[in-house]
Design a protein around this ligand. Structure first.
Ligand SMILES: C[S@@+](CC[C@H](N)C(=O)[O-])C[C@H]1O[C@@H](n2cnc3c(N)ncnc32)[C@H](O)[C@@H]1O
Length: 308
């Protein structure tokens, strides 16, 4: 049976700006289904080295298989099951230094569409939401163990949801009756919190709450901060130890402002300190053709820097 697919976003622009060359060491921090990785592997060829990182063991294995089947005589591939927040450690363990680094943040379409993962409010499923199903609390456990204030803060800060307080109250009242274990239960509670506003809302009322919960379950913003700190550390250390080669190009694709803001700030700081130069003036967006062909690309923003 054919594997479910995830279409890589802004792919050609990534390749052009990251400029992978034969023999380079490339790190794909978010291997996903291997779309970007496969293209990068083709560019670095048999003398190159490709490090694939993903929190999702299934995605990581799919990416590795995809790359190796497309490029049987291609680069040496290392697959690392872990967080990109520790990318410097992973590279140090492998005794490698990177020439090109890519992070395509968030989730793959296959994770969102898989009912087992409980990331989508479009199908009723257990509230799990973890990228790495081997550890950490599930979404249901977070809903069970957080105080009302913590829930409100999470839904407001990670979902930018104006009705966070009402939704948190609904969750706490409902869980006193019965644990909230299914996506359908949470969707219903959010709809009740919205009341008549649900009919006129621009997006499904559950969108922001589900996004907030997914970000919290996977510590997404903490991991991104750790990745950015690792990049700064690598940029500062590149002439001695460190995990980034001089001239390394680093690209990050974000999908919402909570991701893009820290990337923008960290890259601006690197350029201000003359540790890097911008290869993208502002954020680079998908072309109108790509936006038409792939809905997900509409919110994608790519920023790329080159270490000096
Ligand atoms: C948008 S998808 C990447 C898609 C990939 N570029 C492709 O072309 O198939 C994002 C991936 O990042 C992974 N991920 C999310 N947070 C992570 C983290 N902190 N460390 C490593 N992988 C992470 C997810 O499991 C998912 O597979």
């Amino acid at each position: 049976m054919a594997e479910p697919i995830h279409i890589p976003v802004i792919l050609q622009e990534c390749l052009a700006l990251l400029g992978p060359r034969p023999g380079d060491t490339v790190v794909d921090c978010t291997a996903g289904r291997g779309g970007h990785a496969e293209a990068l592997a083709g560019a670095i060829g048999p003398d190159g080295t490709l490090v694939l990182i993903d929190l999702d063991a299934g995605n990581l294995e799919t990416a590795r298989r995809h790359v190796e089947s497309k490029h049987p005589d291609g680069p040496q591939v290392h697959a690392v099951h872990g967080s990109f927040g520790l990318v410097h450690r992973h590279l140090e363990d492998l005794d490698l230094r990177a020439d090109v680094v890519l992070a395509d943040l968030g989730f793959s379409s296959t994770q969102m569409d898989d009912p087992e993962r409980g990331m989508s409010f479009r199908q009723d499923a257990p509230l799990d939401m973890r990228f790495d199903t081997s550890k950490g609390p599930t979404a249901a456990q977070i809903l069970e163990s957080s105080s009302e204030d913590e829930l409100e803060e999470m839904i407001r800060d990670f979902g930018e949801e104006p009705l966070a307080r009402r939704i948190a109250q609904k969750v706490v009242r409902a869980r006193d009756e019965k644990p909230i274990e299914m996506t359908g239960q949470l969707t219903q509670l959010v709809r009740e919190a919205y009341g008549r506003r649900a009919a006129t809302a621009r997006m499904d009322p559950a969108t922001r709450t589900f996004m907030a919960l997914r970000i919290a379950v996977n510590d997404e913003l903490v991991a991104l901060d750790a990745l950015l700190a690792a990049i700064v550390y690598g940029a500062e250390a590149r002439t001695s130890v460190g995990w980034l080669n001089q001239g390394a190009r680093i690209g990050i694709i974000s999908f919402h402002s909570l991701e893009d803001r820290p990337v923008k700030r960290a890259f601006a700081d690197l350029t201000r300190r003359m540790l890097a130069t911008h290869l993208t003036k502002g954020p680079l967006r998908a072309s109108p053709e790509e936006e038409r062909a792939n809905r997900r690309s509409r919110s994608a923003k790519l920023r790329v820097v080159e270490l000096t």
